[in-house]
Design a protein around this ligand. Sequence first.
Ligand code: HEM
Length: 456
Amino acid sequence: MLSQLPNPITSPPWWQLINWIADPIGYQDKYSQKYGDIFTMHLSGLGSPVVIGNPQVIGAIFSQDSQFDIGRANALAEPLVGRNSLMLLDGARHRRERKLLMPPFHGERLQTYAQQICLITEQVVSQWQVNQPFIARTAMQQVSLEVILQIVFGLSAGERYQQLKSLLTDWLDMTDSPLRSSMLFLRFLQQDWGAWTPWSRMKRRQRHVHDLLQAEIEERRNKGDEGRTDVLSLMMAVRDENGQAMSDEEVRDELLTILFAGHETTATTLAWAFYQIHQQLDVREKLLQELDSLGENSPPMKIAQLPYLTAVCQETLRMYPVIPVLFPRITKSPIKIAGHFFDAETTLMPSIYLVHYREDLYPSAQQFKPERFLERQYSASEYFPFGGGSRRCLGYALAQLEMKLVLATILSKCQLALAADKPVKLQRRGFTLAPAGGVRMVMTGKRQKAIFSNQC
Ligand code: HEM
């Protein structure tokens, strides 16, 4: 017998799809108020995913990850990241690729990136002028793109680096609004209808990026890696348990995956952090006190352990999930999860947003309160800005380190203020959510506190 999908939304599927693309947060708010923490959408052309905001069900999903196909469910991302992307893989191939890619993003290797992150931030800040407004998200994207180009791609100068930098920015900006994002969800728009249609331009840029990356990979194979320590060199050198190296295509697709997954997400979260820190001046004061208490020339890893700075980053990640729901999970066979029955081929979408705004877990959830993370520990299914189970974000440690070092560097060097007092809303940007307008800020003066040691 087929089991019923829970709380199906009854409006026409085309209407649901438009709403989901245009305003995934408003959509979840509306139907969670009507149905509670589990309901089913019907999206034209994209099936009937079940949205879940219940921590018990989500905890059970994380602990039974092998029961789901997740890569297959991410097919929408293929035009951006390529078919060999970690995000699109399942089973043994996913496990192999994760094992190969994990080491450069964890443990001691992370410490070696700290200095580069601080230097990159200082370079971006040095371009700011007192009283000249700037868009925080754009500035943070400059930082995070540079971090990925230097740390992951190993590029910091030269013609190929310049070309890649501007191409990648243009490519990502092609989906910078809900309308422009719709081509990622509507397959009928994914047609080559002539040189100037959005999809054709997108594909042309993609081909150009592929060519540049292929040239870089070939050059390294021919010349050797000359003692390089960037992630690209590590990827090219790594072998699995059968002695097998990654193919050029695999390396290229993983580079793009890390680029897409890793730089917009971090930039967006940082822009939100600046927004909240400068809206709540007591938060800014407490942060500055903590940073100032460090004393001159502190090692970056000490900065990364500061409790209030950590709580500010955690609260930012709680309030502003970078994706409206986690990667979809498709059931491989009929399954009972925390008392709910689902047939095979049911798509489950754990919602970061619904859980992170539960009043029973986060009282006054609409308010930015870093203290809640100092007062209470949350479990992996109550707080999961980086997802969970076998799909937990590959770059979670790098992202958190980057957030803390960028915030500490900028706050200790500059006095900033919001340039407008209108509230900033979440808006779709491709597959992610970002602050509408990007958070306009202004540098009102400079501070001079050398909190970092010369490692930084
Ligand atoms: C604030 C920054 C970031 C946030 C909030 C974030 C969040 C996420 C989330 C929610 C997922 C999906 C997990 C799931 O469905 O269970 C994910 C996956 C992923 N993230 Fe991140 N991420 C961030 C930064 C990064 C960085 C810096 C990198 C790379 C260096 C990265 C690489 C990836 C990859 C490769 C995946 C796919 C993992 C897989 O399929 O096994 N992310 N991230």
